[in-house]
Write a protein that binds this ligand. Structure first.
Ligand code: MOS
Length: 740
């Protein structure tokens, strides 16, 4: 990373609040007389609850209620079967206590409420259930025969040209790839504080990536007018996708708060984070890839089977990346789902695409090797100059630039074409790369800007910030346009009641909210210019023309005439002269239908060493290059990319939720046994941006970044391991036992 700090490299605006502990997360909200809720989970993975003995728990000191299937009336909204925040696919969300059916291990069978946390912890252990057990299915591998075609959009089998034509190619590979369940498990646990005012109004602080979606879920479940449900989620301690829907525990906590008539706090245990709030589904994939002898792709077939739950259908775009990533005349994709007795999966960083890219980018490396071609050269030869799936031009694409910049920075010229021929002392050295992509989306948002007389700009939007730096991005955009120092921009976000914003997901927020901030600031300048043109103002006296925004200089000291900067007014004087308390502008960003295909692209390069005696992998260097359009907040964008590389290293080398198939429950359901990278595992990560404007997506030309930071990292590592050792590992994580 560049060490020098250019003026536009503004610091994370909430950094101080976060590191000093003044940023409040959901469970930090303290309300008088709060009581504590705790979920009790099923000890079987499939079956029915026959009975629950809650007597001992109810008698325990401080216990206020024990909610179970046997004593909890169904919510009014449970008759409709709808839930707006569930993934847009089949099935019905699980409703705790509305059924006695058990779909997965640790599914909540009771919610105990007591006046202190210690008392609820004790009482929860006293709840005993009798089950009618049934045979569970928790292994993807063992149940592939039950795979079915999902019903979601863009999930149907796809063929362009001739189906499975790779089989007839002169040079071809056909391989299977697998990765296990990976869990989000951010530092902040799933948490909610809920309190009712009477029976009709409820306020919650909860861990969500979209306050409005949660508001809608609660309003639907309890049949309340939307305006009677207030949701706050200003700060989020990481989420990676787990907050992209409303989970049953949140609804259950709101139910319990209503029942006891007191503010209630419920925080999931770390163990429950492995069982109740989604994960990246395990996926088995097959790629068939064929090319001409000179390395032009002829056929590509990508098949994937992922798992879903036994009650909902969760789908993701696992195979879709293969439809557009390379110029290939014959492409076939097939996607299947296996229902298992587990909680429904949920999007996890670079959902689907990260999974699919592991297989595709590994296969590209395998075929390059078979062709004796440099893998970068092989990709350049098959570069898609337009979108071959949609038959549309790209809104912008600088993938070739990413290949070049990254290859240069990692020292790709030092890579040996022949694996296991590069040694450094005892260590085997390898280089690998993988590319990634994710749809560049611009959704709908409304942003209100209020310029105050003291020269402060307040920006309001209900979108929240789970860590990528949304507040910083909004500040950077506004500070730049308004000529204000970042400290003069006040961001109000993460609450319903503010102008509506998008979910924080799918890498959409900079394009969506950033565009609205951009438009608010320009409209505000125009509005001020119109006021300044009014007869009698110092500006109109000095300049008889109708003033435009560009005729004025905006700064922290107020505004002045560009042609004569001695003509100036502070904002307070200017507002006073116009009889205004402030200038307010609201703008909406809308996604537009364009005859273009919009994607962000990334290329990740890895240099690593493998010790042949111990199988130890030491990553020396990661270079991540991104084509994400204009980068408006370089510092937080780099952090975002580094975070993606760290996630990719975890995916490649460590992450694996192991299920004990006998009981259908996770074995390593804690952060000691579920391995993620620590600081010592992470090398220097260089982040390079092409930083060229996308002319279509919006006024700033910014595409998304969050997902492409991760998509393509895991195969880059697997490919580097092959280059170092000559061993091709197609099953993640690549642990050292597999290298010996
Ligand atoms: Mo991301 S998986 O869209 O939070």
């Amino acid at each position: 990373m560049e060490k020098d700090k250019a003026p536009d490299r503004i610091d994370r605006v909430d950094a101080r609040a976060k590191v000093t502990g003044t940023a409040s997360y959901a469970a930090d909200h303290k309300i008088q007389n709060t009581v504590y809720g705790l979920l009790v989970g099923s000890t079987v993975a499939k079956g029915r609850i026959k009975s629950i003995d809650t007597k001992a728990a109810e008698k325990a000191s401080g216990v206020l209620a024990v909610l179970t299937y046997f004593n909890t009336p169904k919510l009014p909204g449970y008759t409709t079967g709808k839930d707006p925040s569930k993934p847009p696919t089949g099935g019905q969300p699980l409703r705790f206590f509305a059924t006695n059916e058990i779909f997965y291990y640790d599914q909540a069978i009771a919610l105990v409420v007591a006046d202190t946390y210690e008392r609820v912890l004790h009482a929860a252990k006293l709840v005993k259930a009798q089950y009618e057990k049934a045979t569970h299915k928790t292994s993807l591998e063992d149940n592939l025969a039950t795979a079915k075609v999902p019903t979601g959009p863009r999930q149907e089998d796809y063929t362009r040209g001739e189906a499975d034509s790779y089989k007839n190619a002169p040079v071809k590979i056909e391989q299977e790839y697998y990765h296990p369940v990976e869990v989000h498990n951010p530092m902040e646990l799933g948490s909610i504080v809920a309190f009712w005012e009477g029976a009709e109004k409820v306020t919650v602080y909860t861990k969500t990536q979209g306050v409005q979606a949660t508001q809608k879920s609660i309003s639907d479940a309890f049949k309340l007018p939307l305006g009677n449900v207030t949701v706050h989620a200003r700060h989020i301690g990481g989420a990676f996708g787990m907050g992209l829907r409303t989970w049953p525990y949140e609804i259950a906590a709101v139910m319990a708060a209503k029942k006891v008539g007191k503010p209630l706090k419920l925080v999931l245990h770390r163990e429950q984070m492995f069982t109740n709030v989604g994960y990246r589904p395990a996926t088995k994939q097959k790629i068939g890839l064929g090319a001409t002898a000179d390395g032009k792709l002829i056929g590509l077939t990508h098949e994937a089977t992922g798992n879903t739950s036994a009650y909902e259908e969760f789908t993701e775009a696992t195979v879709n990346i293969s439809r557009f990533m390379y110029a290939c005349p014959n492409v076939t994709t097939r996607y299947r789902l296996v229902p298992l007795n587990v909680c429904t999966p949920i999007w996890m960083r670079g959902p689907g695409e990260a999974t699919g890219a592991f297989a595709l980018e590994s296969a590209m490396d395998e075929l390059a090797h078979a062709l004796k071609l440099d893998p970068v050269e092989f990709r350049v030869r098959n570069h898609a100059d337009s979108d071959p799936e949609k038959n549309l031009p790209w809104s912008s694409k600088y993938l070739k630039e990413c290949y070049e910049m990254g290859a240069e920075r990692i020292g790709w010229k030092n890579r040996k074409l022949q694996p296991r021929t590069n040694q450094d002392g005892d260590w085997l050295v390898g280089y690998g790369m993988g590319a990634g992509s994710f749809g560049a989306m611009r959704w709908v948002a409304s942003v209100k800007g209020i310029l105050q007389p003291e020269g402060k700009l307040r920006l309001q939007c209900s979108v929240n910030d789970m860590g990528p730096g949304t507040a910083t991005m909004m500040t950077a955009v506004a500070a730049d346009i308004m000529g204000l120092p970042p400290g003069r921009i006040i961001i109000e976000m993460g609450s319903t009641g503010l102008p509506p914003g998008p979910m924080q997901g799918g890498s959409n927020v900079t394009a969506t909210v950033g565009s609205a901030v951009h438009d608010v600031c320009f409209a505000m300048k125009e509005q001020i210019a119109a006021l300044a043109s009014k007869a009698g103002s110092v500006f109109s006296k000095a300049n008889s023309q109708q003033l435009k925004a560009e005729d004025l200089l905006f700064s922290e000291n107020g505004l002045s005439l560009k042609s004569d900067t001695s003509v100036r007014l502070s904002y307070s004087e200017f507002f006073k002269q116009n009889g205004l308390p402030a200038v307010e502008v609201t703008k909406e960003s809308k996604g537009t239908e364009q005859p273009y295909s919009s994607y962000s692209f990334s290329v990740h390069f890895v240099k690593l060493r493998v010790h042949p005696a111990t199988g130890r992998i030491k990553i020396d260097h990661v270079v991540s290059c991104a084509d994400a359009g204009t980068i408006v907040s370089p510092k937080t964008s780099e952090s975002q990319m580094i975070g993606g590389a760290v996630g990719g290293i975890g995916m490649a080398l460590m992450e694996d939720m192991v299920i004990d198939q006998r009981f259908g429950r996770p074995i390593n359901n804690n952060l000691a046994d579920y391995h993620v990278p620590v600081n010592a595992d992470i090398p220097t990560v260089d982040v390079l941006f092409v930083n060229k404007k996308d002319p279509i997506i919006g006024p700033m030309g910014s595409k998304g970044l969050g997902e492409i930071a991760l998509v393509g990292v895991a195969p880059a590592i697997a490919n580097a391991v092959f280059n170092a050792t000559g061993k091709r590992l197609r099953e993640l994580p690549i642990t050292r036992d597999k290298l010996l």
